[in-house]
Design a protein around this ligand. Structure first.
Ligand code: TRP
Length: 453
């Protein structure tokens, strides 16, 4: 079976050279492996948590989509979509919210950082914290679990979110699908060797440091102008340069082959001037970027093509999400009225897998049990027993193929007999058809349980 690899990109900015070499290019490469099913999406609901500028959100969604496509993403092969085009994501997010401990969210780094800042400022701990920020990890869990991703490549700062996703998935499975889990527990993939490119000043290239080199926006001119502003040491042309100590060389290496890098190193050590070195970097980067930029400009000029690709991506994603969501809704008990009444028919197919007896103590002190099917629907309630052992003996008999178990109609109800002994009653039907469906379901369930013995 193929590995499902899924990752999301928050749509708040314009991709720069560092995003390309550090995230986009390796992700596209990884998606071409034959045993990988890749899911890439734009986390635009997440973007709303950080950004309240509609124009910027809209622009960023467009630019990001165009960038990924222009950079060579095979949209036929991978599933490429916008989070906000998949209504099942917020739907699942709510179901997960209902099983997520608030205390778990209290421990999220991003939230704790806000609280710490507020405390330092002497304002209220939750000042400026929205519920969106607080429950950010739940939405992320929904992104991942809805597609049962096996692997999620993310930066280090996201590792805790993956741990939370696993926690939430485990809890949901335990509550609603104890025997055959609904959700896969995803593994985090930390992109260790993915170079974080240095920016103009040598620190990590990041919008927040204002040291980025544009990728496509502004054209070749803007990329070139930024490269010319890269900070270097003051060694003059003719003086040998320290290649490894220069972030210009690091940038070059991110694009060049090993041989090209070796040649460049030799030139730097041989005294190449920084002006010429920048020119060489420009040319090397342009060789990769130029054909992509052409595609990018073309896409930005025809946003309807981007839209078409994303709509097709949403359809592809939803072909998985919609049926899976139906299963999840069913598991928590959000079922169509008709299915509840006909539970006997539909559930019989599941072969009683996951059905179970649960015992409880009644108000009068007697011991009873219920038989629940895989979905947690109550099928039978037992008669009272004086001792738990007695109740246990009966549940044992009901699951053994040797015992003489009979269902006997009693009006709209039915009795469950073991030999001559009345041990339980089945659920009353609204009519005889419903009662009979219920009886069939109980027979199937008990038969499956005895086979599993
Ligand atoms: N939170 C991620 C980030 O800021 C983006 C993201 C949203 C994501 N949903 C995801 C990443 C699901 C991986 C899987 O980088």
């Amino acid at each position: 079976m193929n590995t499902r690899v899924l990752t999301g990109i928050t749509t708040t900015g314009t991709p720069h050279l560092g995003n390309y070499a550090g995230a986009i290019r390796p992700a596209i490469r990884a998606s071409t492996q034959h045993d990988v099913d890749a899911f890439f999406f734009m986390a635009d609901y997440h973007a709303l948590i950080k950004c309240e500028d509609p124009e910027r959100i809209a622009r960023s969604r467009l630019e990001l989509a165009a960038t990924w496509i222009a950079a060579g993403l095979d949209v036929e092969r991978v599933t490429f979509y916008r989070q906000s085009d998949i209504p099942e994501i917020p739907e699942l997010s709510w179901l997960l919210t209902c099983v997520t401990a608030k205390g778990l969210m209290n421990r999220a780094h991003a939230y704790k950082a806000s609280v710490d800042q507020n405390t330092a400022k002497g304002v209220e701990a939750d000042d400026g914290v929205t519920l969106g920020l607080f429950s950010y990890p739940v939405l992320m869990a929904a992104d991942i679990l809805l597609f049962n991703a096996n692997k999620v490549p993310v930066g280090r700062d996201q590792v805790q979110h993956l741990e939370m996703t696993r926690d939430i998935a485990q809890r949901f499975n335990h509550l609603y699908a104890p025997t055959s889990p609904l959700f896969v527990l995803p593994d985090v993939v930390i992109e260790e060797d993915v170079a974080t490119l240095p920016g103009l000043d040598g620190r990590k290239m990041s919008k927040s440091y204002n040291n980025t080199i544009p990728l496509f926006e502004g054209g070749a001119k803007a990329t070139r102008a930024a490269i010319m502003r890269i900070v270097t040491d003051s060694r003059l042309p003719g003086e040998p340069k320290d290649a490894d100590g220069s972030h210009l060389f690091t940038l070059y290496k991110a694009f060049a082959t090993r041989e090209e890098s070796q040649a460049f190193r030799a030139e730097l050590e041989g005294g190449m001037g920084w002006g010429d070195a920048k020119q060489a970097l420009c040319e090397r980067v342009e060789r990769d970027l130029a054909p992509m930029r052409e595609r990018y400009d073309d896409l930005i000029a025809h946003p309807e093509r981007i839209e078409e690709i994303l709509q097709a991506g949403a359809i592809k994603a939803r072909s998985l999400a919609t049926p899976f969501m139906a299963q999840i809704r069913d598991a928590v008990g959000l079922r169509q009225s008709a299915t509840v009444a006909k539970a006997g028919k539909s559930k019989a197919k599941s072969g009683g897998k996951g059905a179970r007896f649960v015992s409880f103590r009644d108000e009068d002190g007697s011991f009873r049990f219920r038989l629940l099917d895989a979905a947690g629907e109550e099928l039978l309630t037992s008669e009272p027993f004086a001792q738990p052992k007695e109740a246990g003996r009966i549940t044992g008999l009901l699951q053994s193929s040797d015992a003489n178990v009979e269902l006997v109609i009693d009006g709209l109800r039915y009795r469950v007999m073991v030999g001559d002994e009345l041990v339980a009653y089945g659920r009353a039907g609204a009519d005889t058809a419903e009662r009979d469906a219920g009886m069939a379901h109980v027979r199937e369930t008990l038969a499956a349980m005895s086979q599993a013995e």
